[in-house]
Write a new protein. Structure first.
Length: 300
């Protein structure tokens, strides 16, 4: 008798068709270990529904059985879509087998939550995060699953705007070498110009509660820099660059928002948009905090 994994693999192959058989092999086994009906074909569900309709079951029982079958198929179809996106998005050679190192509980929770995701754009985000987890096992914070499940479209849009405020922070050491410090959303204390993009106090507070950002209402976050080791600091946004020539002590203020570990994990797959007013707003914010800077026209 075939094992459960072998049966899951055959169902997944049948659902994918001959052209996609090999592409689903490893992923089908890995995910199928937790979801025995992964890859179930629509035809099988239709046949099952017909059998129920022809049965001698009471009408109410038939209705419930058919509704449950269609609901289950829809959920499985959502999971299949997310899994296929992950398969296509992952780096070549990514291990999707049961030996990949991905935590069993994390994967089960992720796919169980993913069965409710039917929007194609949202599935794309889920699929990319799943691909990232298989590429780097245990790199995705567990809270990501909760956040993806709870976030609503207005707050997803607000988070996209926060991600679009990310400035590249680069430092030049004493030898003239450029070292990338990373990216940081620089959000001025006054952000009225961002209201039209869905950013206000209430939305920032809610994004904080969700666990996507840390929102400080008591003062700006500080980036500490050793000025002797890194005498020059650069900021870059959408191709525009400035060189920070003077700032207070070793404390460079970046504004009231920082991304959490979960926020950084999700931000990698959020489409960033250009906000033309933001660069000028950042420059004004720096000037208000006694930061001196000069514009740089040559790409660093």
């Amino acid at each position: 008798m075939a094992t459960q994994e072998e049966m899951v693999l055959e169902m997944a192959k049948a659902a994918a068709g001959s052209a996609g058989k090999e592409s689903v092999n490893k992923l089908a086994v890995a995910i199928g270990g937790f979801f025995p009906f992964f890859g179930l074909k629509h035809e099988a569900v239709s046949t099952y529904v017909e059998d129920i309709q022809k049965s001698d079951l009471p009408p109410e029982t038939k209705m419930m059985a058919i509704a449950n079958a269609k609901k289950t198929y829809k959920q499985l179809k959502n999971q299949m879509a997310i899994a296929e996106i992950a398969q296509n998005a992952a780096q070549p050679g990514t291990d999707f087998s049961l030996q990949s190192g991905v935590d069993d509980e994390w994967l089960e929770r992720f796919m169980d939550s993913g069965k409710f995701v039917s929007d194609e754009e949202v599935q794309l985000l889920w699929g990319n995060i799943l691909a990232q987890e298989f590429e780097e096992p245990n790199s995705t914070p567990p809270s990501v699953i909760r956040i993806l499940t709870e976030i609503t479209p207005p707050y997803a849009k607000a988070f996209q705007t926060v991600c679009s405020l990310m400035c590249d922070i680069l430092m030049e050491n004493a030898e003239g070498e450029i070292v990338c410090q990373g990216v940081q959303p620089i959000l001025p204390t006054e952000y009225e110009y961002l209201n039209k993009h869905g950013i206000d106090f209430l939305r920032l507070t809610e994004l904080d509660k969700l666990g996507l950002i840390s929102f400080s209402t008591s003062g700006p976050y500080i980036l500490k820099i050793d000025k002797e080791e890194y005498p020059k600091l650069y900021l870059r946004y959408e191709g525009k660059q400035i060189c920070i020539t003077q700032y207070r002590d070793k404390r460079f203020r970046t504004g009231s928002v920082q991304l959490t570990e979960a926020g950084l994990a999700i931000a990698r797959f959020v489409e960033h948009k250009s906000i033309p007013e933001h660069f000028e707003a950042v420059c004004n914010y720096l000037a208000e905090n006694n930061v001196e800077w000069t514009e740089v026209t040559t790409q660093i």
